[in-house]
Design a protein around this ligand. Structure first.
Ligand SMILES: [Zn+2]
Length: 149
């Protein structure tokens, strides 16, 4: 197991300070300044998927995408907004299927975008194609139990 987690810098939506967020951690990342839950949006590949997504302490929205996929670019902003609006309740893991073919095969992603909603490592929902944002949020909220907004 890697001893160091790759980190990303994210801006706290509450106080705007920059924070480092680990790709995998035992708990939800919080802002070092105001202690608000931070958006948790990270990338994973074949070797890191179990650590980052399957063993996540939060439910996970997995975005199986590729750079050449037009519908993936359409759904991506909605996926990223969910990581902000559901900070502390949802982790978003982006998987580029071109560099993670085993993960795509494991979840039988025959076409992309394919979005998976995982909790406790299990697939609770699967969304194929670019769903309109309100419908996507409903599907995710149904799994994570968030109040609609
Ligand atoms: Zn903050």
């Amino acid at each position: 197991m890697p001893t160091e987690s790759p980190t990303d810098v994210v801006r706290c939506p509450t106080c705007r300070r920059r924070n480092r967020v680990a790709a995998h951690a035992p708990g939800v990342p919080h802002c070092g300044t105001c202690h608000a839950a931070l958006p948790w949006l990270v990338e994973a590949g074949d070797t890191t998927f179990d650590l980052v997504a399957v063993r996540s302490p939060l439910p996970v929205l997995v975005d199986l995408w590729a750079p050449w996929c037009g519908p993936c670019r359409m759904v991506s902003p909605a996926v990223e907004r969910l990581s902000v609006d559901r900070a502390g309740r949802l982790k978003v893991v982006k998987v580029n299927v071109d560099v993670a073919p085993r993960t795509a095969a494991r979840y039988e992603a025959m076409s992309i975008p394919t979005l998976l909603v995982l909790s406790d490592g299990q697939v609770r929902d699967r969304i194929v194609g670019a769903l309109p944002e309100p419908a996507l949020r409903q599907r995710v909220d149904a799994v994570i139990g968030a109040a609609p907004s």
